[in-house]
Design a protein around this ligand. Sequence first.
Ligand code: PMP
Length: 369
Amino acid sequence: APLGAGVSADELPMRDALRGRSPYGAPQLDVAVRLNTNENPHPPSAALIDDVAESIRGAAGALHRYPDRDAVALRTDLAAYLTGRTGVRVGPENVWAANGSNEILQHLLQAFGGPGRTALGFEPSYSMHPIISAGTDTTWIEGKRAEDFSLDLDAALATIVECRPDVVFVTSPNNPTGHSIPTEQLTAILDAATGIVVVDEAYGEFSRRPSAIALLDRYPAKLVVTRTMSKAFAFAGGRLGYLVAAPAVIETMLLVRLPYHLSVVTQTAARAALRHAEETLATVTALSAQRDRVAVTLSELGFRVLPSDANFLLFGRFADAPGTWQRYLDRGVLIRDVGIPGYLRATVGLTAENDVFLDVSAELAATEV
Ligand code: PMP
C-alpha cells in the first residue's frame, strides 16, 4: 500500500462544503475514438508546431526569471484577436488570462463569490460551475432549464429577483445541451441581476450568435464574458482561458490571482498559437458541417437530438444511459455520460471518427433507443 494509505479522506478535517463531493471526472481512457471532452479534433498544423517550438526555444533563456505577472503581451494579442472577431474595440485592460477558463472562473468566484455569498446557474449546465462554487465556499443555487433544456427565462428571472445571487452563470452555447441564449434573453437577465453575470462562452467560436462582448459597453459593472483557447482554438493542452470585462473587473482579478500564475512557457505558446488563429479557426466551418451531418444521421436512426450551436450533441433517449455509454466504449468509442437521465453527449470529431461513431450508433439504435 502507498505511504499513508491508512487514512481516508473522511477522517481529514476538511471543510464541510467539500464532504461527500466527487471530483470533476471525465474518464481519460486510451481508446481509438475519443469524443468525450469537446476538444477540436484537428491537430495543430506543422507551421503552428514550429512556431510554438521556436518561440519557446527563444524564451527558454529567460526561464531563470519569473514571467510577466500581468501577461501584458499575451493580453494585448488576445484583445487584438477579439477586436478582429467581434468588431468591438477590446483593449488589453479589458482582458484577463489564466490557466484555462476554469482558473478564470475560480478567480471570479474568489472575488465575487465566497462565504455568505451565492452563485446561480441553470442546470443541466457546465458541472464545474457548482464545483468551483463549492471550492470557494460560495452557496450554489440550482436553477432549472425548461423541459426541452432551453433556458426558461421566466423562471430564471424569478429566481434572480427572489435570490439576488452575487454571481449568475449563463453558459452560451450551453454545455452539455448545445443551446445558446438569444441576446434579448441575456439582456433581460442582465437587467434583472444585481450582481455579476458571467457569460461562459467556452464554445463561442462555434456559435451562430454574436458574442456577449458586444454588450459590455451597456453593462460594464455587471457583465463578464469568459472564453477559452481549449475548444475551437485547438489548444486544450496549452491551458489558456481568458475573460473580457471592464478594466475594474481586471483590477479585481489582480487581488486574487497567485503571482506568476501563467508560466513563461504558457504565455509564449499561447501567443504563438494566436498567430495562427486564422488557419486554426478554419476548422470550425468543417466541424460545424460535421456536427450537422452527425445530427441529421442520428435523427434518421431514431435518436432524439438536441439542436446544437457548439461542437457536441446531446442525444437520447436511452432506457439506461450509463449502460449505453459502456456499450459505445466496448466498441472503441468514448463519449460522455453527463448524468442526465436518458441522454449522452458526443463531441464532433474528424470525419472518420464520426463515421465510426455513427456506425456504432446505428448498431445500438436497434436495441437502446
Ligand atoms: N466552460 C465550459 C462551458 C466548458 O465546457 C469548459 C470545458 N469543458 C470550460 C469552461 C473550461 O475549459 P478550460 O479550462 O479548458 O478553458
